[in-house]
Design a protein around this ligand. Structure first.
Ligand SMILES: *[C@@H]1O[C@H](CO)[C@@H](O)[C@H](O)[C@H]1NC(C)=O
Ligand SMILES: *[C@@H]1O[C@H](CO)[C@@H](O)[C@H](O)[C@H]1NC(C)=O
Length: 312
């Protein structure tokens, strides 16, 4: 509950006292690097965002005049009751999401097992031969679900009729595993729709497969980069996928920071390290070591930097 209380306090503070300052309060900086200082700086940042929002969004400097003219009466609220209501609402909110996810897990297992029975097959050897109701593709405009409408909740066009599949760039579309996975996961659509009916506040529902495919509901066209190409997305390197398949980890990344790595090589190394770090979750521990140099000792013997030695 601590987080919620802190957040409420921040909002309360800014709405009550914010108006009395000409400039934004909290210009003072707290110690960077200490936990307490970082949290204080972070709170100041949020506070300033909220004040700026109030200023830009609701013309706080004008509205304050009206508020000052209103007549007020006092009313006592029980903080504990309010916290309890918030707590119950949140608990219920997350419980619903969890149940939806559990139903998906169960369904996908059923579909997978059913597909393994001897008389089941996708019946095609090219992905594009699968019928539209089984295979709509986020990356192929002609293969998108027909009926798509802009939805403010998703901030884009979505299809309630059908889920779409997004296939990672490195996965060949006509591999049997791609075809099989696309085929057997199509059965999820009924459950996606049921889940949505049970809990209309659900957002994206998806299943990420070991084949490098994600099936997502409601169906959508994928986002594009500045050049108009569809962005890559591989569920197998997402933190939720790695967390579910491997559990908590201790990771040490050793970068060769020596002179020989300068320029492009080091950019690539950093890119790889970032990719690894992006797969981690709050359950994991990570350290990055910069292995810098080999050296000659006082009698002229060369000591080669041995990264493995550092791990031991
Ligand atoms: C495949 O076999 C199972 C029983 O093993 C049966 O329930 C199912 O209807 C069969 N499917 C087809 C497409 O024939
Ligand atoms: C795809 O499914 C068929 C059965 O329909 C099976 O024989 C084949 O081994 C599967 N291939 C892969 C790569 O999963």
């Amino acid at each position: 509950m601590d987080k919620i209380q802190v957040f409420c306090t921040v909002i309360f503070f800014s709405s009550v006292f914010g108006v009395t300052f000409e400039k934004y309060p909290g210009e003072e900086k707290h110690d960077v690097g200490s936990l307490e200082g970082d949290v204080q700086n972070w709170a100041v940042l949020i506070e300033n965002y909220i004040l700026q929002l109030a200023y830009d969004g609701i013309n706080q400097h004008h509205t304050q005049g009206y508020l000052d003219q209103a007549s007020y009466m006092s009313d006592t609220k029980n903080g504990e009751d309010i916290v309890k209501v918030v707590k119950d609402n949140l608990a219920n909110y997350f419980e619903q999401k969890k149940k939806a996810a559990e139903r998906l897990v169960e369904k996908v297992q059923q579909l997978h097992d059913k597909f393994l029975s001897p008389n089941e097959s996708a019946g095609v050897d090219q992905l594009s031969q699968l019928p539209q109701e089984v295979y709509a593709d986020s990356d192929i405009p002609e293969r998108l679900p027909n009926e798509r409408n802009f939805n403010p909740y998703f901030k884009q066009q979505v299809s309630w009729d059908q889920s779409t599949v997004k296939i990672a760039d490195e996965v060949p579309r006509d591999d049997m595993s791609t075809i099989n996975t696309t085929y057997f996961t199509a059965g999820l659509d009924t459950l996606f729709k049921e889940n949505q009916k049970i809990d209309p506040t659900l957002r994206w529902q998806y299943f990420g497969s070991i084949a490098g495919i994600v099936r997502i509901y409601p169906g959508r066209e994928w986002s594009t980069n500045f050049a108009g190409f569809y962005n890559d997305y591989d569920p197998r390197v997402r933190p939720w996928y790695i967390a579910a398949t491997s559990g908590p980890k201790d990771v040490i990344i050793i970068l060769d920071c020596s002179y020989s790595m300068r320029g492009e090589k080091f950019s690539i190394a950093k890119g790889v390290a970032k990719t690894v770090i992006n797969t981690l979750t709050k359950m994991d521990y990570v350290n990055v070591i910069c292995a810098r140099a080999s050296y000659w000792d006082e009698v002229g013997k060369e000591h080669i930097w041995d990264a493995f030695d550092q791990v031991k």
